[in-house]
Design a protein around this ligand. Structure first.
Ligand SMILES: [Zn+2]
Length: 260
C-alpha cells in the first residue's frame, strides 16, 4: 500500500458555497513508480502537470477563504480529468514523448492506479462539494483551474485564458464576460480546448448533477512566476467573489451534455 496521498483538501469557509478544483496541480509520483522511465526534466513540463495552477489555487483559497481539492499525482501516472473508460486515461505518449512505464500496461496496473489515485481524488471532490453544499445550505459553484502551453505543435495560441464548458452556460458565460471586461485580455470561449468531454471532472461532478460550474484555463507562462501568480489571484478574486454572490449560480439546473 502506498503512503502517497493522492489529493490535498484545502479547508475553507463554506459560506460562499464556492469550491475550486485543481486536477493537474502537481507533478509528484509515488516513490514506487520512480520516474516512469522518463528524464527528470519531463516532470517540469506541462505533460506532467499544469504549471502555476497550484500556486494560483492556494492564492485564491487564501484570498477568498474557500475550500479546494488539489490532485497530488502527475497526470502521467493517471489523468484525473479523464473518465475511467477514456483511452487517454493513462497516456502512452504525450507531446511526442513516450512514457515507458505506461506501455505496455496490464489491466491489474490500470486498476491499481484507478483504486489508489484516481478514485480517491474523485471521492474527495465529491465529499468537499457535498460538505460545502450541506454547510452553506445552497448548491455550490464549482470552478476548475487548469493551464495550457503558449504554443502547440509549433503554433502560437493567442489566448491569455480560456473558459471551457459543455452545455450549461451559466457560470461559463459570466466568467468569459467578466474576464473580457479587461481589454488587455484575449479570452477563449471553449478554446484552446472544447469543454465537452465525457467522464471528465466537470462532466462527472457538475454537468451530470446540475451544479453551476466553469473550467478556467490560464496560459502557463503567465502564471509560472510569483508575480504572475499574484496578478492572476488579484484579477480572479473579485471575479469569483462576485460570481459566488449570485443566487442564480447556486441553483441546480440540468442542461445535459453534448457528449452523453
Ligand atoms: Zn489541466
Amino acid at each position: 500500500m502506498s503512503g502517497f496521498n493522492p489529493f490535498e483538501i484545502i479547508p475553507g469557509d463554506p459560506s460562499r458555497s464556492l469550491v475550486i478544483l485543481g486536477d493537474h496541480a502537481m507533478n509528484r509520483l509515488p516513490t514506487e513508480y520512480g520516474d516512469l522511465g522518463l528524464p527528470a526534466e519531463a516532470f517540469k513540463r506541462h505533460i506532467a502537470y499544469d504549471i502555476g495552477v497550484e500556486d494560483v489555487t492556494r492564492g485564491l483559497c487564501a484570498s477568498l477563504g474557500v475550500p479546494s481539492v488539489l490532485g497530488c499525482f502527475s497526470r502521467l501516472l493517471i489523468d484525473p480529468n479523464r473518465g475511467e473508460d477514456d483511452p487517454t486515461l493513462i497516456m502512452k505518449l504525450s507531446d511526442g514523448m513516450v512514457i515507458p512505464a505506461n506501455h505496455p500496461l496490464s489491466v491489474e496496473e490500470r486498476d491499481r492506479r484507478l483504486n489508489l489515485y484516481h478514485r480517491p481524488y474523485h471521492d474527495a471532490v465529491a465529499t468537499v462539494i457535498a460538505e460545502t453544499w450541506r454547510m452553506s445550505g445552497k448548491p455550490p459553484l464549482v470552478i476548475s483551474l487548469h493551464s495550457f502551453t503558449h504554443a502547440w505543435k509549433g503554433v502560437g495560441r493567442p489566448w491569455h485564458a480560456g473558459v471551457l464548458w459543455d452545455t450549461d452556460p451559466r457560470a461559463a458565460q459570466l466568467l468569459i464576460d467578466l474576464l473580457s471586461a479587461d481589454p488587455e485580455l484575449v479570452v477563449g470561449d471553449n478554446e484552446p480546448y472544447d469543454g465537452a468531454l465525457r467522464g471528465d471532472t466537470m462532466h462527472r461532478h457538475c454537468s451530470m448533477t446540475g451544479l453551476p460550474h466553469a473550467l478556467l484555463e490560464i496560459r502557463q507562462d503567465l502564471i509560472s512566476e510569483k508575480s504572475g501568480v499574484d496578478s492572476w489571484v488579484d484579477r480572479l478574486s473579485p471575479i469569483l467573489a462576485s460570481m459566488a454572490d449570485r443566487q442564480d449560480l447556486h441553483q441546480v439546473e440540468l442542461h445535459g451534455s453534448r457528449v452523453i
